[in-house]
Design a protein. Structure first.
Lengths: 214, 214, 214, 214
DNA sequence: TATGAATGAGGCTTCATTCAT
DNA sequence: AATGAATGAAGCCTCATTCAT
């Protein structure tokens, strides 16, 4: 009953391409609107409108509100982790400082592109949504795997004798906390320049602290 | 016809005391429930139940949901600011390091007692609640004045030559970010000891960074 | 905190009385509207309007649509069963025929007053709603207990030698089926008189059948 | 340019045959799903899936949901009526009892094959679907013509002096009600044997009732 | 003609807020 | 002042139907 010339391997049907585009648009829209209006304050309809589709369409792609959010989070998080993995990979054989720099640069760049996304993450980190659903759990709404990347970086730094081993267990959290400050800092400064400008201060602060060498 | 003796000045009527107790109970309940269920996910009724009164009563004390939240935030924030002001006051004439230590200790202690509250703050920092009203903006739902305390501390440190002036503008945010890490760190560690245990690592990290002295 | 003069025993608060009245009104309205528009075609809002309350009020009394329906069914069914129990009780010591007559009379009267309700039951008997929920199961959406009443009647008839024991297992279903015909018959006749008029024919038919004595 | 030989008269095009097959499949699927999930609870998509076609295809065959239901009902009802007409026809000149037996047998057999369909009918008898449209009314969703068959049978029985004329107007409804009991009975018995087993009890009951000859 | 994604009206349900007692 | 039922706007989600491919 269903006959159809088999699709060229490696080629995507028009339909498939459309489907992916729509999904992209929805995630994009979701990221924007969730960030603008807050996770709790976002109406599904606003997202679908922003994406240029009808509500029903959104529901053809995502089971419900939560799944959309989870998918969105997972997607972006995966992107960041991928970048950080590449950083780690690319720094093999090079001095740790280079990896550290690359890590900071990559993260700040990512933050810059996804300030919105990051703000969602910060929310999610601490909020228990009405009914924290299975879906949300599954997707790991936190930063667990990003944290793992930071740990890897820190471990290497310690192993190579660049970082003090003393409180090493805390460094990943402190590193990420510092990066989080990047966003917070924006809100308390008058000249909200590009985040990448924070690279040097951050490197300096993380490695040497705020204390004056005497 | 009953006559009522005028209240002794400086004395609180029974009625007044009851009123305050109820208000306290409501704020307490609010803190708990908002923290447990998230700001967006909390139902007014849950708060009133937790406080042991009817919804209507809650509305006798607070104009609406937002005002309750704002009052709650303002209350706790004021507490912290008060403590930090005392720290600053009490350290007059003493070396900066002592003030810094006291600052850390006070903040970690406060965090410990109000992890819940702090989690609300972290949320509020980035989230726009359902209908972010003028009232909420007015009440300054953020950490602005706490940030100001941190600025004061940092300024003094710089002035006294203890802190590097180079990126001083960032230090307050970094300091607070570090403290925020205290809560985050909890979630990624197996042994979630008391936050005060983080005092030494934090002092060390803030002053000297993670880099190994060469 | 909650002080209140204890209610006179056996007396209902005004509130309690209001509450019961509202519940009554809702059930009444539910019966009407479900019957008029069909179970599937009924909008909750129509029911609440008919009852003269807001939608929200309905939800203060019943968990959801299903629970309302279940409660409604249970209520009416219980009424009928109660009546039939009384019939059985009242006929103790009297000849079976009298109980039979009373059974028919009671049922036809009930049917008359609740044609609407009965039509719902007939539906429910055969329909599997979208998600047959636990609630529905719990309430026994069928006629099980009415069927039990019929069985009791039939058993006695057989025991007393008034009914042929041959196909006795079928009689309850046949008896109820016959009564159901009462409603169906209405739709195919031009003179839809009172159902009670069907008493004699039904008695005659059940006891002697349609065949002519030869 | 292709030329197509004109279709042999009386022969069906391949296309026509395919069309009919699909239509059949859709009706079949409709019968199943409507019966399984209830008329109100059935989603068009489920039907099309069951039939192995896309939703759009279903809409190429039936104007809308209602038309499908109406067509389905009409189809099955026509089948039953046809069988009953044949029964009537075949019994010409034979004693009434034979026609009666044949009627019962035919109906029970049909019921057996279409318990599902019959359950829809029973529903339809009393339910007004979501938007009871004119179309549905038009199609006569009830049992009117089956009722007519029963009337014909009863009339003949009365005419031939086999049935008591007294309450003859009720007999058709009672006859059908009795048959409906066949399905209901299933739900209250532990041994849900084939419906045809009910033939003798039904004949006996209809003709002689449940009362014991004294 | 078949497909299945897109559409959006419409139903269900929640919950902040009001108000009569 | 306390109570808690009533209110109804507003959000979520479903699904019959359409339509471009």
């Amino acid at each position: 009953m269903k006959k159809r010339s088999p699709p060229e391997p490696g080629t995507k049907t028009l339909r498939e391409r459309l489907r992916e585009e729509t999904e992209q648009a929805l995630l994009e829209a979701g990221e924007q609107v969730f960030a603008e209006q807050g996770v709790g304050g976002t109406r599904i309809e606003d997202i679908s409108k922003r994406a240029g589709v009808a509500v029903g369409t959104l529901y053809n792609y995502f089971e419900d509100r939560e799944e959309l959010l989870a998918a969105l989070m997972a997607r972006r998080r995966a992107e960041l982790v991928k970048v950080l993995d590449e950083v780690s990979e690319g720094a093999r054989g090079k001095p740790w400082h280079e990896e550290f720099d690359a890590f900071l640069r990559a993260t700040l760049t990512f933050l810059e592109q996804h300030r919105r996304f990051f703000s969602i993450l910060v929310q999610g980190e601490m909020t228990a949504p009405r009914h924290t659903s299975a879906a949300e759990k599954r997707s790991g709404s936190g930063l667990d795997d990003v944290h793992a990347c930071a740990e890897r970086l820190v471990r290497r730094g310690v192993a190579e004798g660049v970082l003090k081993p003393e409180f090493a267990a805390l460094y990943p959290a402190l590193l990420l906390g510092m990066l989080r400050s990047a966003i917070v800092h924006d809100r308390y400064t008058d000249s909200p320049g590009p985040l990448i400008a924070l690279m040097e201060p951050f490197r300096d602060f993380f490695l040497k602290g705020a204390g004056k060498k005497r």
